[in-house]
Ligand binder design. Structure first.
Ligand code: HEC
Length: 153
């Protein structure tokens, strides 16, 4: 009786070990299967292209000037200020310089009754700080970083 009990326990033990081994081997094969590569049409520019020097400069300027305190860092959600992704399209009826001037001194454009400036100000009713030290090139770099970030999957 005792010996029978002992033998069946042994059998169970051996089965247990075999089962664990099978799991281990199975896991090993499963874990080693590489992920299928992205289909070319699923890739966006951002996943393929590393950021250009202009985009990297824009990223530093974005951080140094604290734009992310009021604008969503992912450029997609509304925060204290609007989501900046797609801002170029919202200003495309106007010369590009208007957008540069806006970032330097938004109050001046509102005072001049620039249509987009007035519209966005009326929607948010709070004023952006002035960034008088930013050149056209600086703002262009920030906007390049904005679009690059907004386009990421
Ligand atoms: C203190 C908060 C705050 C900070 C900091 C800030 N913004 Fe803004 N921004 C706003 C608000 C609010 C608006 C909406 C317009 C308004 O009411 O002035 C806005 C609007 C804008 C717009 C126009 C958006 C549109 O849809 O037309 C741009 C472009 C912009 N900001 C860029 C920047 C950049 C670049 C920086 C950093 C250099 C910055 N902002 C820093 C609050 C801020």
């Amino acid at each position: 009786m005792r010996i029978r009990f002992f033998l069946s326990m042994l059998q169970l033990g051996v089965l247990g070990i075999l089962f664990s081994l099978a799991m281990l081997v199975g896991w090993h094969f499963w874990a080693d299967t590489p992920a299928p590569p992205l289909a070319p049409e699923a890739r966006t520019v951002a996943t393929v292209m590393p950021p250009s020097p202009e985009i990297l400069a824009g990223k530093s300027l974005w951080r140094e000037n604290g734009c992310g305190a009021c604008h969503d860092q992912g450029m997609r959600d509304r925060a204290i200020g609007p989501a900046l992704g797609g801002v170029g399209v919202r200003w495309e009826r106007f010369p590009r310089e208007d957008l540069y001037r806006w970032v330097r001194n938004s109050g001046a454009l509102i005072a001049e009754e620039h249509p987009r400036a007035v519209a966005v100000w009326q929607e948010y009713k709070s004023t952006m700080p002035n960034y008088l030290h930013l050149s056209d090139q600086d703002v262009a770099a920030i906007l390049a970083y904005v679009e690059y970030t907004a386009d990421r999957p």
